[in-house]
Ligand binder design. Structure first.
Ligand SMILES: [Zn+2]
Length: 365
């Protein structure tokens, strides 16, 4: 099996268009045409992880954090951390691949697992992804509508959360007059034609626009298909960073913090806020989620758990919500398990490993 086939299956589950605009998910370097020998899964790429991959005969390393990220990278030399890792991987014919915010934001991704570890119910997305959808409206002869619709579905149109093949159609009548030089699929040059048509509407992710339009032209019978593409203001309520949910029973703040420490295997939680009520609605965002404090507050969370909180962020809610920093690594390290389980569920013809040596390199005394 080629590496590109593994990637295709992973991206079916966690498409790259789920990633945030600032991100760089997917292939970092390497040749996806090679046969897979084994996969090493890690949190951060390092020379140590590449050595481990070499020792276990893995030619694909999948990390959570991209190694090439917001660097403005212009050249790669083994003179810094990124260069050393990339050079070593390429010298050893290892492909580097990352599943970052496409995994964090995804349906059944990192933040969902985070929320599940706390037993949260009725999950909503904390920061739904914006500007993600377009709508295609196309007019097609009724006889050709099913074929076109199926082709658009196959290209990835018509997906809404856990529903596929979503569309809406209305019957109508189209008219056209082919003029000199036209080659009409129906009717003749110089004669006005009226055809029973279907107005078909489907939404699709903006990242698939080229593919959807190419599919439309390939499968629509007309020489000049009539269609509209509309920009939608809809948020994606299924995909986005963070989750908000409710505990089955309210807890006192200290009781909840002890519970969270146990469930997430934490050494310490840093928090602020005296809300004067029990904790029931909980917002979470794995990694560095300081920029979503106001979103959690707007969703009436009692507490927001994330990492990388700065001093002033603690005071944004003015005691209307507790802000708790559990650490960046601690809120996402279990993502390695999701990737490992996903790979083992699908592929049985090569070995995969979670990096053994990797642990938090930050200490407290
Ligand atoms: Zn992170």
């Amino acid at each position: 099996m080629k590496i590109k086939e593994v990637i295709a299956r992973l991206e079916q589950r966690f498409p790259l268009y789920w990633q945030e605009d600032f991100d760089n998910c997917g292939i970092q370097c390497g040749d996806k045409e090679r046969e897979v020998t084994g996969i090493m899964i890690c949190f951060d790429m390092s020379e140590k992880v590449i050595d481990e991959a070499i020792s276990k005969n893995c030619n694909m390393v999948i990390s959570h954090h991209p190694i090439i990220y917001k660097t403005g990278l212009k050249k790669i030399e083994p003179t810094n951390r990124v260069g050393k890792v990339v050079c070593k991987a390429l010298e050893n014919k290892i492909l580097l691949y990352s599943m970052h915010t496409n995994m964090d934001s995804g349906i059944e991704g990192g933040n969902v697992l985070f929320a599940q570890k706390l037993g949260l119910q009725n999950l909503e997305v904390l920061a739904p992804k914006t500007d993600m959808f377009r709508k295609l409206i196309v007019f097609v002869p009724q006889a050709d509508a099913d074929h076109l619709k199926q082709s658009l579905f196959d290209a990835g149109a018509g997906e809404l959360g856990k529903y596929q093949h979503c569309s809406y159609s209305t019957d109508g009548k189209g008219s056209f007059l082919p003029v000199e030089g036209a080659n009409p699929a129906i009717g003749t040059v110089g004669t006005e034609e009226q055809v029973a048509e279907l107005k078909l509407e489907v939404i699709f992710p903006v990242a698939l626009q080229k593919k959807v339009v190419e599919t439309l032209f390939a499968h629509h019978p007309y020489e000049e298909p009539a269609f509209d593409i509309l920009k939608l203001e809809n948020l994606n309520y299924h995909v986005g960073l963070g989750r908000v949910g409710t505990l089955p029973e309210p807890m006192e703040l200290t009781e909840f913090l002890q519970f969270a420490k146990k469930q997430l295997n934490l050494e310490v939680i840093k928090y602020s806020g005296k809300i004067g009520r029990k904790i029931q609605k909980v917002a979470v965002c794995g990694g560095g989620g300081a920029s979503y404090v106001s979103d959690a507050l707007a969703m009436n969370a009692d507490i927001y758990l994330t990492g990388d909180i700065k001093y002033h962020d603690y005071f944004i809610p003015e005691n209307r919500m507790v802000v708790a920093d559990i650490g960046h690594f601690e809120g996402e390290n279990f993502i390695r398990d999701i990737i490992y389980n996903e790979i083992n569920k699908i592929f049985t013809n090569f070995a995969s490993y979670i990096s053994e040596d990797e642990k938090l390199e930050i200490s407290w005394i």
